[in-house]
Write a protein of this length. Structure first.
Length: 89
C-alpha cells in the first residue's frame, strides 16, 4: 500500500493507477485517509464492489446478520415445511 499526502500528490490519476496495479494508493489530508485507489482483479464484479461500499446496503446486511445470530429468522427449509412445500430440485 502506498500512502500519499494530498498536497504532495503530483502525479496524474492514470500514473498512480498504472504504477500501483497490485497495491492500494491511499490519499491522506493532514495524515488522515480521505480517498483510496484500489487495484481490481481482471473480471472484477463492479456491482459487488459498489454494493460493498454502500453504507445503507452494509447496514441492511449487518442488521440481517444480527437477526440470524439472535435466532429471529426462519430458514428456507422451515418456511417450506410450514407451507407444506417440497424442496425444489
Amino acid at each position: 500500500m502506498k500512502i500519499v499526502e494530498m498536497n504532495e500528490a503530483k502525479g496524474s490519476l492514470s500514473d498512480y493507477a498504472r504504477r500501483n496495479r497490485r497495491h492500494a494508493v491511499v490519499v491522506t489530508k493532514r495524515g488522515r485517509p480521505v480517498s483510496a485507489l484500489l487495484p481490481l482483479q481482471k473480471g472484477a464484479d463492479l456491482e459487488r464492489l459498489a454494493l460493498s461500499l454502500n453504507a445503507r446496503f452494509r447496514a441492511i446486511l449487518d442488521k440481517s446478520q444480527a437477526e440470524v445470530r439472535a435466532g429471529k429468522v426462519v430458514s428456507s427449509e422451515e418456511v417450506r415445511r410450514l407451507l407444506g412445500l417440497k424442496r425444489a430440485g
